[in-house]
Design a protein around this ligand. Sequence first.
Ligand code: NAD
Ligand code: MG
Length: 385
Amino acid sequence: MAKRIAILGSTGSIGTQTLDIVAHEPDRFQVEALAGGTNLELLIKQVQQFQPKVVSMATKELAEQLSQYVPAGTKVYYGNEGLLETAAGTEAEYVVTAIVGSQGLQSTLAAIEAGKHIGLANKETLVSAGQLVTDAVRRKGVSLLPIDSEHSAIFQCLNGERKQDVSSITITASGGSFRDRTRQELEGVTVEQALSHPNWSMGAKITIDSATMVNKGLEVIEAHWLFGLSYDQIEVMIHPESIIHSYVEFTDNSIIAQLGNPDMRVPIQYALTYPERYPTPTKRLRLTEIGKLHFREMDFERFPCLRMAYEVGRAGGTAPTVFNAANEAAVARFLRGDLTFLQIEDVIERTVLQHTVIPNPTLDAIHEVDQWARQYAAGMKFTSF
Ligand code: NAD
Ligand code: MG
């Protein structure tokens, strides 16, 4: 029987690649619901191709326009209610969370509460509220399957292994668009330069996060929650080619790694079909064509955001919530030309330092702290720009 899925953020980078997988295996999947933001034209195409029962857009105006193009019987929603309907209001057994940022938290929790399995792309939700999300997953007995390539790699390497046999995991980082620049050379870099990633084509926010290394920091915290490992067991290394997606080291000094060409459709499909595997419409990896792979120690002074991520991760409670929300606000400012690239890390650090951590926060506390950090970071003034 076809697996019934819903996609939050269907018009984005992960959303469209998920639908690419569905289109490639139409008998294996049935799309129950799609939620997009503001790209009306693309959502119309997706609705006509995949015929979901529920569809949602960011605003009422867009939803009204979309209504003219959907087949009879398709329910059209908008805004937050629409996201929640897409996440929890259908017969889907599986929800792909592919919107950006901690705004995805409520819909992710709603999907879990409704007993849906989660294909997690939206790492910010797990960073912002890791304890609440993983508690809900355990309580409801659903699975939380990683779509992030590094976490998919680790998940695959851990298949059939005992947790006590794992000594550490190593998350690989391409280094992002500014990998080979010194800190001095980061002064005056433009948004366009920051947006050109050497290996992966992704949404704007995560591409900036890759350049600041915040993305790797979010991934360290994501790994802590997904695999129940301590921060001492999670390492990060630069690997410019992005061929080894991450690896696990065991107590006997054996290392198991997962390799592939950098193409998100492989981890997306694995999350959808786990524990089974099927062909994907991707290119085979030929190691002999690549010849050499390179590895470098991570430099925490060059990439202070990664150091901060370990610090907030270890501090726990609402510390990662603040780190994540401040970063979201700072990246939005950078993208609209309101901050320099290096000011992103300043904004994050000053916001984190301003916060008194709340241990074991409730959902309300997380929401409040997230809003506070966002506003604080958005309003932070600089004497020079
Ligand atoms: P993107 O910007 O390309 O897409 C985001 C999608 O969410 C769009 O469809 C947008 O319209 C939609 N959206 C935004 N706000 C919405 C709202 N309020 N309601 C409904 N829809 C809304 O982003 P992306 O690169 O696909 O990233 C999505 C998530 O996946 C992020 O959390 C990112 O960190 C993670 N991720 C992405 C990649 C990648 O290769 N792109 C890899 C690993 C993890
Ligand atoms: Mg990743």
